[in-house]
Design a protein around this ligand. Structure first.
Ligand code: NDP
Ligand code: GDR
Length: 374
């Protein structure tokens, strides 16, 4: 009998990589997707299985983390061995705009799942993974951050995730559930949502290189992050549920870079050398040289990055750096892809998309570039 997993947030970056990973391991994978007015399954279309096939291994269910009866019914129908709670309103800046919704989905949503598992008598069968976050450290109290570092959340998102962290610990201690938190630092990929900073940069610069946009507008480019690759991180999500006893783990690379550095790397991948000048909201990045035919629309002297205070946050997390030594010692986990390799992969993929769009545009098919910027 193959194991059964249920993934909330299966249509997101991590959900799509995790579904692939578990299918490869022979799991039967169930995913919860939201009803939307247009298709929202682009990240999992390549692993979609026609429900009319005999014995499909990948099944999607309509659902929402705000809907208790829906979650209970799906858990009752699927009786999973493992639940991965990856669903969330996951954008920190947006959580300041929609704090109550974020609390409901990212905080109470976790409680709904845990309660449903208990209510259905699955607490001895079903193992539970909670997508916790380095945002819990917020205003950092210790560097690097590890499992014992005190939390200081700095956004409605982080406060909601703090609730989820502790309710997961509480259900483990109170009911003996196999429930654990992965405290994951930022992780990215070509499937990263377009409004998170790395993807905004790789997509924006690729569009500029191909003449589809003129300038990248950024917020706080001094922010420091510990960026890994989502593929490495979903492997660890699974490993955490295969131990004898549930424990919480920090997952990070142990390396830290600034947003400005990520811009510099991305530009380099496109053959563009940049010079940063000015301070604060007046900082700009000017093109010094272009040495690749990947960037036919860019020339020396072009200003291709400016600061727009619209992207500053009411309270910022300035610096995050994780210490993954517990994961290494206990589980033998180490990231296999470096931040710079990941950046190169993201630029290459976004360049392909931009080149396709530029080609279509040159042939009279206008492909509007999305204005949503994040
Ligand atoms: P994404 O934003 O890419 O995906 C989030 C997923 O949650 C999507 O499938 C989304 O659906 C779904 N979702 C949103 N709202 C609801 C809701 N009300 N009910 C059910 N599902 C919902 O996030 P990531 O894949 O990057 O992250 C996965 C999880 O890990 C999230 O919980 C995030 O907060 C957390 N995390 C992420 C980190 C990172 O760096 N990526 C680091 C640490 C934690 P739809 O596609 O329809 O929008
Ligand atoms: P973060 O990721 O808030 O760390 O949350 P994001 O990529 O949005 O921001 C990282 C840093 O970059 C700064 N920044 C900008 N960010 C965005 N989005 N857009 C900009 O224009 C911009 N300019 C500078 C931000 O201020 C911030 O300091 C992500 C999410 O995936 C969470 O769900 C997850 O929990 C954490 O990572 C770990």
């Amino acid at each position: 009998m193959s194991k059964r997993a249920l993934i909330t947030g299966v249509t997101g970056q991590d959900g799509s990589y995790l579904a692939e990973f578990l299918l490869d391991k022979g799991y039967e994978v169930h995913g919860i997707k939201r009803r939307a007015s247009s298709f929202n399954t682009q990240r999992i279309d390549h692993i979609y299985q026609d429900p009319h096939e005999t014995n499909p291994k990948f099944k999607l269910h309509y659902g929402d983390l705000t809907d208790t009866s829906n979650l209970t019914r799906i858990l009752q129908e699927t009786e999973p061995d493992e639940v991965y709670n990856l669903g969330a309103q996951s954008h920190v800046a947006v959580s300041f705009e929609a704090p109550e919704y974020t609390a409901d989905v990212d905080g109470i949503g976790t409680l709904r799942l845990l309660e449903a598992i208990r209510f259905l008598g699955l607490e001895r069968k079903t193992r539970f993974y909670q997508a916790s976050t380095s945002e819990l450290y917020g205003l950092v109290q210790e560097t690097p951050q590890k499992e014992t570092t005190p939390f200081y959340p700095r956004s409605p998102y982080a406060v909601a995730k703090l609730y989820s962290f502790w309710i997961t610990v509480n259900y483990r201690e109170a009911y003996g559930m196999y429930a654990c938190n992965g405290i994951l630092f930022n992780h990215e990929s070509p499937r990263r949502g377009e409004t998170f900073v790395t993807r905004k940069i790789t997509r924006g610069l690729a569009n500029i290189a191909q003449g589809l946009e003129d300038c990248l507008y950024m917020g706080n480019i001094d922010a420091l992050r510990d960026w890994g690759h989502a593929k490495d991180y979903v492997r660890m999500q699974w490993m955490m549920l295969q131990q004898d006893a549930p424990e919480d783990f920090v997952i990070a690379t142990g390396q830290q870079y600034s947003v400005r550095q990520f811009i510099t790397w991305s530009a380099k991948e496109l053959g563009i050398t940049l010079e940063f000048s000015g301070d604060g909201v007046d900082e700009i990045a000017t093109v010094v040289s272009v040495t690749s035919d990947k960037s036919p629309s860019v020339k020396p002297g072009d200003v291709i990055m400016r600061i727009d205070p619209r992207y500053f946050r009411p309270a910022e997390v300035e610096t995050l750096l994780g210490d993954p030594s517990k994961a290494k010692a206990a589980l033998g986990w180490e990231p296999e892809i470096t931040t710079q390799e990941m950046c190169a992969e993201m630029v290459a993929e976004d360049l392909k998309i931009a080149q396709r769009h530029a080609f279509l545009k040159a042939h009279g098919h206008d492909i509007p570039v999305s204005l949503e910027n994040g």
